[in-house]
Structure formats: structure tokens, C-alpha cells
Design a protein around this ligand. Sequence first.
Ligand code: GLN
Length: 466
Amino acid sequence: MIDIKDLTIEKASEMLKKGEVTSVDLTVACLKNIEARNKELNVFLEVFGDVLEQAKKADEIIKSGEAKKLTGIPIAIKDNILIIGRKVSAGSKMLENYVASYDAFVIKKLKEAGAVLIGRTNMDEFAMGSSTENSAYGPVKNPIDLTRVPGGSSGGSAAAVASGMCFGALGSDTGGSIRQPASFCGIVGMKPSYDVVSRSGVMAMASSLDQIGPFAKTSEDAKTIFDCIVGKDEMDSTSVVIEGRTFSTSIIGVPREWLKEGVDKEILENFEKSLEKLEKAGYKIKDISLPYSKYALAAYYILMPAEVSTNLSRLDGVRYGLRKEGENVFDTYKKSRSAGFGAETRRRIILGTYVLSHGYYDAYYNKAWKVRHAIEKEFENIFKEVNFVATPTTPTPAFKFGEKSDPLQMYLSDIFTVLANIAGTPTISVPSGFSSAGLPTGIQFTGPLFADESLFAIEKDLRENK
Ligand code: GLN
């Protein structure tokens, strides 16, 4: 039986082409790991019934010599990405039995590449959360320490990769939902530049911030998935095609003044160690100042709920979603939405409706947009001086279940990740050692708009400079 825990997509793909393994072998190995641990970890909401058929088809493609890099590779999909004919619930009771009527662009791309779609992964309801504790189907456990969260909202996808249940996964990232769980589970997670990956077929949380991106064990694997899912899509009018952007220098800016408070000591130590390794690998480290960026979290928690409240208004028991019959149409809306949405989703809808309401719109929503523009400018300027900005991915390693019962405490765990969504820039979280308790920690690199390609090399340089 083949051990896939440390097997990368790169290696597996070579083995497939040489005929050393088949896609069926790889898929069976993933299924074995799922069987062994899915009950305790609660990673997959559904493992698709036809995975072996998919693998057999992939094996035929490989035999015919037409294989691409992802042909025959098992990939897990976050439960807010549409696959035609399959259930997709966004971790919510509201859409428990909803069946997708078309393929998301990213799914079309994976299918064209012959990837094996293994199942849909658990997540915080409508991607709102940092721990998966907001899933209507129970939380995911961190495979490294079962008493701790895997991060969120794409916690299922991260835990699936970290526990060898698949080779890579797709997640969505509105304020850190790929990078934060990647760092909590010790893997690589990347959020592309806004518009580089089509959002067609992805359930909208906050449309001006949402992006789809890859999870994988290494940056080479993350790049393989990224390369597969980028591209112009007529179904998403904002989608763009980018020319790869590379730099002749490798200068990393570090906003150290921002890291003085509220960041775990061990996270900082590991962060500095990773920077030292990169220095040895030829990178230049430079202190920078980002005075506006510390307001990114405040702006995010105004803009995001505003967009959430509008995006989720269609889930009213009439057009979409669970229906609870009331005395009249308004009562039906009220009953359906109260029964279908969990507490955090309701909190954000109320908050979003409030900041958009007459009398408060200028005070909150418009002001948050001004902050967003100031941050965008700040980023534009800083990228004239440096090629990348580095921070820890999160202020602490994975926390325990129930530890952050105060919503504001939970929101603070997004302090470093929301910035790239506010600025629309590409960003990656890569492993940066372990805490003394054996918990993974992550370091995050953000590049200028459309410099997505250049981010992948950093993890390799870090990995190879021990
Ligand atoms: N944790 C953040 C939030 O709850 C980010 C979520 C996301 O990126 N989908 O809003």
C-alpha cells in the first residue's frame, strides 16, 4: 500500500506518467486515510460516490499519453464551490440539500485537467469564521492536535491535505480563509490577486474580497493547482489574464513596528528565524512602516458584513434555501432565515444591514472604503521599495475549541491576513517551524498586484535553507 502522507503532486504525477502507480492506487490510498480518520476529524461532508470511476478515466488518459500535471491526482473541494449535479451547502443548514446546476470555472478547469474530485470539505457557514466552529455540521478537528481548531473558514480543505486525505485542495479566501488554516495545519495556502481566478460558481461571501486558491504540501504543488485554475472567464466580467511578473531583486519588507503587540513570542521567534534563512538564501530584509495597514481589520469588518448582508439576501426560503412556512411572506422570510442561518451568519447580516442603513452609511461604510483606498495606495508605494511584504500569518498558533467565544477575539486572529484582501494583492502562507507544543506556525508573503507567480519560489528557498 502506497504511503501518500508526504507524497507531493509533483512526485505522484511523475510516478503516474512512468506507470509506477495508477490514479486508482492514489485514490484508494486517499480513501483509506479518509476511512481511518474522517469520523474523528469531520473533514469531508461528502466523499463522492464515483471517485474510483473518475480515477479509472484518468488512468485511461494517462495511458493514452495525454496526461497533464493534475491528471489522476485526488483534489478536495471546499463546500462553497459548485460542481454540477452535486450537493453544495456552504456549511449551512440553509442549503443542506441544494444541488449545483453548473460547474464553477475552477471545477471546469480541474475536470479538463483530469483531476479526481474526491469530495466536499467542511467549512464555517458561508465562509464566515476562523475555526470551522461555525459549520452547521460540526467543527473540523486539527489533525495535529485534536483539541485544537484547524483554522477557518476552509478548515476542512486544510485538514484534508495535512492528513493525507487528498493531494491538494481548493479553498476560498475573503479575509484569510486559505492562509490561516494552512498555517494552523502546517501546509502551503495561497490567495491569488483579486480577479486572477474566476469567481463564477463560487458562493459569494463578500464579492469585492473573495478569491479561490490552492492548498498543498509544497509551493510547487500549490503552483500546479494555481496554474490550472487561472484564466479569463466570460462568466466573470471582472476576470483578467496576467502576464507573469518577476523581479530582478528579492527585497522583503517587514513592518516590525506592527508586530510589537499581541503576537505570540514563539510565532515571532519562528518568523525571525525564517527571515534569517531567507537572508542566507540571498534575500534582503528591510524594515518598513505601514501606518494605514493596521486599520485593515476595522475596515474589513465593516465592508465584509455589508457585502454579506446583500449577498445572502437571496436566501429567503422563496428564491433559494430552506423554507419554513409563515403566516405571510414576511413571516416566511423571518422563520426561514432564523432556522436556516447560524448565529455568526445572523450577526454579520445584522451588522451589514446596519452599516448600510440610511444615516450610518457615510459614518461607517463610506469611511471604510476611504481606509481601503488609503491602504491600496500605501501598498502601491511600498512596492516601489520592496518586492514582498512579510508578516506572521497569524498572531498565535492553532487555538483550542471554545477558546475564542467572544467574536471580537476571533476576528483579531485575522489581523495580518485581511490586508491582502483589502488591497487585492496576491499572498501566500508557508510553514515557518513549530511552537514548543509542536504546533505549526506560518509566515505570510504578499506581493504587488499580479505578481502571483513570484510568490511560489519563496517557500522552496525557505525549505531548502535549513
Ligand atoms: N476569518 C475571516 C472571517 O471570518 C475570513 C473568512 C474568509 O476568508 N472567508 O471573515
